[in-house]
Ligand binder design. Structure first.
Ligand code: HPA
Ligand SMILES: [Zn+2]
Length: 352
């Protein structure tokens, strides 16, 4: 919780979360509980897996994205049944709603489940069950799901994933709202995935995003825009290193889904103040503020908003711009955007 006087506004502000990996919401406690229930053997060669407290402690010392990803993917091993995915998703939605998230677009990584013989339909059954319960319990919250291809796996595996997703029909019945990619960035140039994105687009998928500019250079972001035709970039922090790219992002209204605590914890920046929040605001680059993998990075969306406020001392107008930009960049209907905008306007109006 931040001490800034804007804290109450930041809590009350209706929020859109566009960058949260559902598997990144598994706390050490839930991981141990599910692993025990499902009879999963924990890695015996790493003292971090001796207890939830030891795992928490290890999460304070990530050295890089790939160092984190090792623990992130071990976390997957505890997720076996639809009920596990339902519990994970519902718990995230409950917490997000308590922080006034009104629109959540949630990533998940099917390849890393299918390869463990957990079928795609098991994941979706669990997440959909959570979504159905949330529709009753959290009436102001809209929820979308976005599968991510994993870049540490061979490219043919991404094509296989796309084939399975297309065969499910889920891009066209409202189950999946778009397509993204994540995992290791360095060495994974967008050109490697052009054929996957082209195939998805040719099959009728709309709404594309990709993680770039987290560890990788601004050229990766530029090339993702031109080669993959994405309308969003996840992270995109390093775009600020290229003034022409910043102008292009502003001109095209491409949204960056920034994850401030993630960048600090994974050592992408030394300090929160090094994230180019002020530069993006001044250049009219649209961005949202997100939690990424909140169980690993020490905070959900509210803690990210507060950390940004503490580092940058933003004004009410700045927050209005961020909140409205996040709505405009959301993958929801224009009538839903109108509703979200009026919720934001209500809160801002009453604040002034
Ligand atoms: O921040 C991230 N970057 C890349 N891959 C990821 N998978 C989960 N979180 C991340
Ligand atoms: Zn991410």
């Amino acid at each position: 919780m931040c001490n800034d006087k804007l804290h109450q506004l930041l809590q009350a502000l209706p929020k859109c979360e566009h960058h949260v990996h559902i598997e990144g919401t598994i706390s050490p406690e839930l991981f141990f509980r599910l692993a025990s229930k499902n009879g999963i053997t924990l890695p015996s060669d790493d003292p971090a897996f001796e207890s939830p407290a030891a795992l928490h402690a290890r999460y304070q010392n990530f050295t890089s994205l790939d160092d984190f990803l090792h623990y992130y993917f071990v976390g997957f091993s505890a997720l076996i049944n639809a009920s596990d995915f339902e519990a994970l998703t519902y718990d995230y939605l409950a917490l997000a709603y308590s922080q006034n998230v009104y629109h959540a677009e949630i990533f998940f990584d099917p390849q890393a489940h299918i390869s463990r013989n957990v079928p795609y339909h098991t994941i979706i059954a669990g997440m959909n069950a959570a979504k159905a319960r949330a529709a009753v319990d959290f009436p102001k919250l809209s929820i979308e799901f976005i599968p991510c291809l994993l870049r540490h796996l061979p490219v043919p595996s991404a094509h296989e994933l796309l084939d399975e997703l297309l065969a499910s029909g889920h891009f066209f019945d409202g189950t999946l709202v778009g397509f993204g990619m994540s995992s290791t960035e360095l060495g994974k140039h967008p050109s490697l995935y052009k054929s996957v994105y082209d195939s998805a687009r040719a099959a009728g998928v709309s709404n594309f995003t990709a993680h770039y500019g987290e560890e990788g250079p601004s050229d990766y972001v530029k090339d993702a825009l031109s080669l993959l035709n994405v309308s969003r970039i996840d992270h995109g922090r390093r775009s600020a290193e290229d003034a022409d790219l910043v102008a292009q992002l502003a001109e095209s209204a491409t949204m960056l889904t920034l994850c401030p605590l993630s960048n600090v914890i994974l050592k992408g920046v030394d300090r929160m103040q090094d994230i180019p929040i002020r530069e993006f605001l001044d250049a009219n680059v649209r961005f949202s503020i997100n939690s990424d993998d909140p169980a690993y990075f020490g905070g959900y969306i509210q803690e990210n908003y507060c950390a940004v406020q503490e580092a940058f001392g933003l004004t009410v107008d700045d927050w209005g711009k961020i909140a409205r930009g996040a709505i405009a960049g959301s993958w929801c209907s224009s009538s839903r955007k109108e509703q979200l905008l009026s919720e934001v306007d209500n809160v801002l109006h009453n604040w002034n």
